[in-house]
Design a protein around this ligand. Structure first.
Ligand code: SAM
Length: 232
């Protein structure tokens, strides 16, 4: 998501971080021209899935001001955020430690850092109902500055995309990326139908250049109109 919050460092700090990243990490200027306004929003896609699958339980990790959480139409919903929004004021790790519920749909949109997203995916898989769906926000950054750690731009997706690449190499889950609303990762608890076999030593060390060149294969990008057929 395009994150703008009070904790965002000032413009000068972001600029200095970009310079540092440029000289110490990666230089790459090509970018994607995603026009998310022409696509459905995350809550439209989530509600469509809920309606089609007759889902009854929903968990959202990272709610902020409930822009998404408040629009989800479902019988039972839980929202977890240490700062604001949702129903539970705690981190996702603390939530999963004490949680006894299971869920039909889990939307991961908390801390946008590869290692934390991996943990959120792992914990979500443990409490996902049979035939349930995991969605992950911010999987398709348009340019290098949108995916740096730490944040170097006011528009920031973090390096969530690397957790999708890692998931694509697992045989026990089936992972896709919906081309809508900053990229919505989609994980189903079933055999991987298109295993990513590339030998990647360290997913965290993947570069934006790798993503730019291999994004179709890495992310397994699908059109939003194909989602309901794929999850069936
Ligand atoms: C991008 S916002 C969520 C936006 C919301 N899902 C939406 O679609 O409107 C990310 C939120 O994640 C929360 N967050 C950060 N670290 C977290 C963690 N470890 N566990 C859960 N939430 C976290 C932040 O407080 C922030 O409110």
């Amino acid at each position: 998501m395009i994150i703008r919050n009070d904790a965002l460092p000032g413009k000068f700090t972001l600029y200095l971080r970009r310079l540092y990243y440029f000289f110490t990490n990666e230089r790459f200027s090509k970018k994607f021209d995603y026009d998310w306004h022409k696509k459905s929003s995350r809550f439209d896609i989530i509600n469509r899935i809920i309606e089609k699958k007759k889902f009854e339980s929903y968990l959202e990790i990272g709610c902020q001001s409930d822009v998404n959480f408040s629009k989800i139409i479902i019988k039972n919903k839980i929202g977890v955020d240490p700062q604001s929004g949702g129903t539970h004021r705690m981190t996702s790790d603390d939530f999963f430690k004490q949680n006894k519920s299971t869920f039909d749909l889990i939307f991961i949109d908390g801390l946008h850092v590869y290692e934390q997203v991996l943990k959120d995916i792992e914990n979500s898989l443990k409490v996902l109902n049979e035939n349930g769906v995991i969605l992950i926000h911010d999987c398709l950054p348009a340019k290098i500055w949108h995916q740096t750690i730490p944040q170097t731009h006011s528009s920031w997706n973090g390096d969530v995309w690397k957790s999708i690449v890692k998931s694509r190499t697992r045989i026990d889950i089936d992972t896709y990326t919906i081309q809508a609303d900053q990229g919505l990762g989609l994980i189903l608890k079933r055999k991987n139908k298109d295993l990513l076999v590339d030998k990647i030593e360290n997913f965290k060390n993947l570069k934006f250049r790798d993503y730019y060149i291999h994004h179709k294969k890495f992310m397994r990008i699908i059109d939003e109109n194909d989602v309901l057929r794929i999850i069936n």
